[in-house]
Write a new protein. Structure first.
Lengths: 109, 109
DNA sequence: ATAGTTTATTGTATTATTGCAATATTACGA
DNA sequence: TCGTAATATTGCAATAATACAATAAACTAT
């Protein structure tokens, strides 16, 4: 077929995969890093910052917004984006839990 | 076009995105969780475990192997897979660094 | 009102991903 | 050697993601 069979997996597995997918493009990583660096609402700068077309940038912003990790607010003619701290922490905790030290054997295969 | 413009971004940004992409499917999350739970080389079980076709499972294993996060070794007629502890730690550290506490403002937008 | 600015949406082309059947490959055992 | 078992690969179809031009929508300023 071609569509992911989400019903075969647990909600947690689908959630982690969805979070990872939100991060699975360098432009979205760049956007998040920029917002974290500024640690403020950013209006407009992002298109110039990335080097991608305005439409493409807008699309990546939309995906990050759908994933919940950023939020936007209308500020006059422009729209300002910033990290959603609550969701950011959720991401951190989920990935932390996933990668938590499990005393992996050094010699395995 | 349709192809990711990797040249617009830093190596670090591309690396993080590539790692996230390796995790961006619930089947691959399930595989990793299973290998971590077993904390050993696993031979054969995975196809039954996942519920996907053998060919599909093999393909996901291949992607994880290319990403470096698992390794396989031939064990007679079957192939055994396990976590690559070194790369696992790299993933953990990179995501940790990315999500590190940055004292995000609670009230932003 | 009108022109300019900023962001979102739509349409379309291209590439990537997902999934499975069929086949190939490799190793083992009788 | 021949048949069986376990993985990998190939070929194909369907879906998703990436990118951008063109356009729309919403606000500003003159």
């Amino acid at each position: 077929m071609g569509a992911t069979k989400t019903d075969l997996f647990t909600k947690q597995q689908n959630d982690i995969a969805a979070m990872a997918k939100a991060l699975a493009h360098p432009a979205r990583i760049a956007i998040l890093q920029y917002l974290v660096k500024k640690n403020a609402c950013v209006c407009g700068d992002l298109v110039d910052e990335l080097g991608l077309a305005q439409a493409t940038t807008s699309q990546h912003l939309k995906e990050l917004k759908i994933a919940g990790i950023i939020q936007g607010s209308i500020e006059g003619a422009s729209v300002c984006y910033c990290i959603n701290p609550k969701v950011w922490k959720q991401y951190r905790e989920l990935f932390n839990a996933f990668f938590q030290d499990v005393d992996l054997k050094d010699k395995c295969c």
